[in-house]
Design a protein around this ligand. Structure first.
Ligand code: GLY
Length: 399
């Protein structure tokens, strides 16, 4: 029996929605779900809800192993979302009856040569200075945990708190949860934001329909900056960062090839192998700034397979079942843009870059709060889109 929070809720069809979410990827969906759960009549516009980058992403919940210098503020948000994941996944499963492939398997980050080892040592020091749990292992200890690793592995970091979820299952479950919560879906492209006076009022869709709403949330991933009609001063500064990802199948007969997520930096490129319980092995990812290009290239596939083979030589025996490319929504500081903009009635939920899957729970909570109160909760305040507002130019007279 679904909990009361998950019960079917269908608002009267003629009512103008309180909230219109533009974009039906996991960030748009979680925003719409939380909005509807808070009693707001909510609509979502996207030709294919549940599509987008979640169809490509590996689904690592890796706040600790993906820590980067200069991203300490983002770390706090990542950790808050990671802590929320077990309850979030349980709630979504309860609402939809769908298993999300949430695996608390931990992560092992390994080094293949002296440079990689120096890089990992530095990451370890950064993790320790941030009070995060990770354990340095020798190469032999790494292979004891993961016997299929190459004999040349020089050492690694064991992070038992970095887990995984299946983003495709997550997206599907969020579509169902939205339907159950009474979100109205418009399966069409949003073409232009409409503004009346000094307020965003909704969008016009590709078929010419005007969809109006009290508040509009722009959650279009890397496309968020491209919606026509958005005034220049509030246009989200997001750009597409292409990631090519492979999917292979691990035969069940010989047991899993890997037991946990394995990551490495190989020749400066980030590589990860994410083994799922159903036998899928996701290998990613390239990081390319090439505009809105989602072509899978021979070079991208070659580099991923070459590096993955160096790390786990047995990988070349596996069937290669899928190659795909998606676009991360990169922002100038690699952190998301959440909440109200300088244009009344327009909010953003975009710019999640490498962390969209990880940040799904906290984004839903932050936007749900902002839609009801007009304010971001404390934890999300540093991620206001207004941090990118142009600084006032100081003239001699004003200085
Ligand atoms: N977080 C993994 C990626 O963006 O490739």
């Amino acid at each position: 029996m679904p909990s009361p929070a998950c019960s079917v809720h269908v608002p009267p069809p003629t009512r103008t929605p309180d909230v219109l979410v533009v974009g039906g990827g996991i960030i748009g969906l979680v925003t719409a779900w939380r909005s509807a759960q808070r009693g707001l009549a909510t609509a979502l516009v996207d030709p294919e809800p549940g599509g987008g980058a979640a169809q490509v992403a590996a689904g690592m919940l890796a706040a600790v192993t993906e820590l980067h210098h200069g991203e300490q503020t983002l770390l706090a948000l990542n950790l808050a979302s990671a802590r929320r994941y077990p309850r979030f996944a349980a709630e979504l499963t309860e609402c939809t009856g769908r298993d999300l492939g949430h695996r608390r398997c931990g992560t092992l980050a390994v080094a293949l040569d002296a440079d990689d080892r120096a890089h990992l040592r530095e990451l370890h020091a950064l993790q320790q200075s941030a009070g995060l749990e990770s354990e340095w292992l020798s190469g032999r200890e790494c292979r004891r945990l993961e016997p299929m690793l190459a004999p040349g592995v020089r050492g690694g970091l064991r992070v038992d708190g970095d887990h995984q979820i299946d983003p495709r299952r997550l997206a599907r479950a969020l579509v169902i949860a939205c339907e159950r919560a009474g979100v109205a879906f418009h399966r069409v492209w949003a073409e232009r934001l409409t503004v009346a006076g000094d307020r965003a009022t909704g969008v016009v869709t590709a078929d010419g329909t005007a969809l109006t709403a009290g508040q509009t949330v722009l959650a279009g991933g890397s496309f968020s900056g491209r919606l026509a009609g958005v005034p220049e001063e509030v246009r989200p500064p997001v750009r597409p960062v292409k990631g090519q990802v492979l999917r292979l199948t691990m035969p069940r007969a010989h047991g899993p090839l890997l037991h946990r997520t394995v990551r490495a930096v190989v020749r400066g490129g980030h590589l990860y192998l994410v083994p799922r319980e159903n036998g899928e092995l996701v290998v990613g990812a390239t990081s390319e700034e090439l505009g809105w290009d989602t072509t899978v290239t021979a070079g991208g596939v070659y580099e991923l397979l070459r590096d993955a083979h160096e790390l786990v030589p047995g990988i070349t025996e596996l069937p290669l079942t899928e190659t795909r490319a998606g676009l991360r929504p990169g922002s100038p500081d690699n952190a998301p843009l959440l909440g109200p903009t300088g244009l009344p009635g327009l909010l953003l939920a975009t710019g999640h870059h490498r962390n969209g899957v990880l940040l799904t729970p906290v984004t839903g909570d932050a936007l749900g709060h902002a839609l009801v109160t007009g304010e971001l909760p404390d934890e999300a305040r540093p991620f206001t889109p207004r941090r990118f507002d142009a600084a006032p130019v100081l003239t001699e007279r004003s200085a």
